[in-house]
Structures are given as C-alpha cells and as structure tokens.
Design a protein around this ligand. Sequence first.
Ligand code: CA
Length: 293
Amino acid sequence: MSPEVASSVRAELGEGPSWDAKKEILYWVDIKKGLIYAHRPGNPSDEIVASAQGVSCVVPWSNGGLALTLQHGFYSLDLLSKKLQPISDQVDTKVETSRFNDGKCDPAGRFWAGTMDATEKNPTGSLYLLGKDRKLKKVLSQVTISNGLGWSPDNRAMYYIDTPTRKVRAFDYSLQTGEIYNERTAVDFAVSEQKGDPDGMAVDVEGMIWVAHWGGARLTRWNPSNGNLLETLPVPADQVTSCCFAGRNLDELYITSARDGLDEKTLASKPLAGSLFIARPGVKGLPTHSYVG
Ligand code: CA
C-alpha cells in the first residue's frame, strides 16, 4: 500500500517520531516551528502538545512524561504543567551552528541523540548517550548531521547514520553496558546509486531496516547484514525525514517529511510536502523504547 496522509498538519521540518504504546499516541516534532505534536491513529487533527524552541526529537519517558532534545541538551517535559527542565549538561555550546538532531532510546532505556552542524557542512557534531543515571557521555565525534538510530531485534547491533556520508553504519552493541564496537558499513547509498541521502530509520521484526530518503521521495528497506536493497516505498513528498512503527499491532509505519529546502515551484507541485504519512508495509516493526531515567 502506498503511503496516505495521516494528519492535516503540514510541517516545515517534520521529524523525530516515536510511538507511545500505552497511550496509543504517535509523538512527532516540527523542528523549524519548535512544536511537539500528538497524533492519535485515525484522527487527522493532531494536538500541539507543547511549544519547545529547538526541539528535534521526542520519546516517551517511563515516568509518564516525555524526554526530548532542545538545541544543546536533553530535557524533560511534564505533560500536565508543560514545564521543560534540563536533565543533562549543555553540549557543543561553543559551536555557533550546532544543534541537537535525531535521537532514540535503546531497549534498556538509555537515550541516544546526536548533534549536527546547522550549515550541514562541517563535522562539528557528536553522538551522545544519556544514561539511565542521567549522566551524559560523548560516544562519537566528527559527525556532520547525526541521524538514524535503531537496534537489531536481538539487540546485538546498533545502526547509525551521519547523513552526508550516505551510509548506514552498524556497530556491535552491548545492551548491558551501552557500548558500541566493531564499526562497519551496513548500507551504502552511493554504491547502489540511491536517490537522496539517508535520514531517519526504523527496524522491523525480521531485522531489516527502513531508511528515509531526504531528497529522494521514498523509504527503502534493506538487509543490514549484506547491504542488499529489498524494497522501495515511494512517498509523495521529496524530503522524507524519518519513520516509526506504530499502531496496536506495530504494523503501521508512520513517515515524517518536510517542506524545508524546497522552492515555491516544487512546493506547488508537491502539496503533500511536510505531511505525516501512514503506510502498511506488510511486516511488523520493533517498538519505540521509553527513556528510563
Ligand atoms: Ca533527521
């Protein structure tokens, strides 16, 4: 089934979706507008949960609230008071163009998120890990646009994307310690001449990975153990930013997109740019994990 529009929102830069299975809400953000949305399946009128300037990704918190990233740090959001509070030290504050970008929690409840250079040119970003003890660790540096993130069904691999490299990297993963080892290339967009650059991603129950194509108007499904392309899912928007499995049976794939970076002419011919889409890919996905802090 080709993707359908799920929400009446048209985001400037839709991103960072996560599925709260308990509440049956898909949270997602508009980075450019600094808004956090709650989408309830079947209802196109998304609720604005909070305005949070610089928000780039959001995940459920096991305490009932949300955990998220703003420009330079990790924050908590209390859903009743709408109060934002820092839960980490501020990072990369000396780099004028630096901001947090995509992030996800591992199955043990640690929050991984990376930063990027807003000019998208310089490798001044890093990948950070916020532990369950709320301690912050820099894990990778020399990153230009930190994206991706996902774990294999057996939790023994972590996937990561630095968008301009056009690669999905894989690492061996220790769920017990949160350490990554043995970096390798899982997917190379250049080798198979893919359109666009890899952005966000999701993992299905068969261990295959779904990658959003920024500038490529599609999602692709890959086998990360041999780098083979398995499927291409066209999306009626050029800037496809991320995806997340959701729904009661985790068989729905929500896809975020952007109007950002498109000229007037393209926007006129692609009126669905910036939409939240839903697809039923025929395979179930892995759940979103909450921050346990
Ligand atoms: Ca992204």
